[in-house]
Design a binder for this molecule. Sequence first.
Ligand code: DQA
Length: 138
Amino acid sequence: MKKIIIINGPNLNLLGKREPNIYGSLTFVEFFDTVKEKYPNVALEHFQSNIEGEIIDKIQSCGFNYDGIILNAAAYTHTSVGIGDAVKAIETPVVEVHISNTFSREEFRHQSFIAPNAKGVVLGFGLQSYELAIQSFL
Ligand code: DQA
């Protein structure tokens, strides 16, 4: 069974409440439950933190023994050299995900410290971006 973890960064714990016009009205837990049901043959985990160092710790601890990491580093995508370096340091392939189309938004969201070392990037498809990333590992 493939072992895949979704790592979500800052403010993604507020999905459902946060700017629903951009991020939708479903909570991540609601979405995650339906996805887990849909992919019973994948060992799917979810981790969320608002703290940069905790995200780095998680990337490191999953980075040598998981089949895939799906990473939505949220705002840290655009600022964190440390998370970018963590992605570079590990062996597990990382797919970068965004709910919104970051390229249709403010210019500071066009920069990613993760993309250069990611296996691929999925963005702009709402929460379905996560599902497309799961499929990319199957
Ligand atoms: C986001 C896009 C980021 O620019 C933003 O800071 C987020 C969410 C997305 O999933 O669309 O928090 O990563």
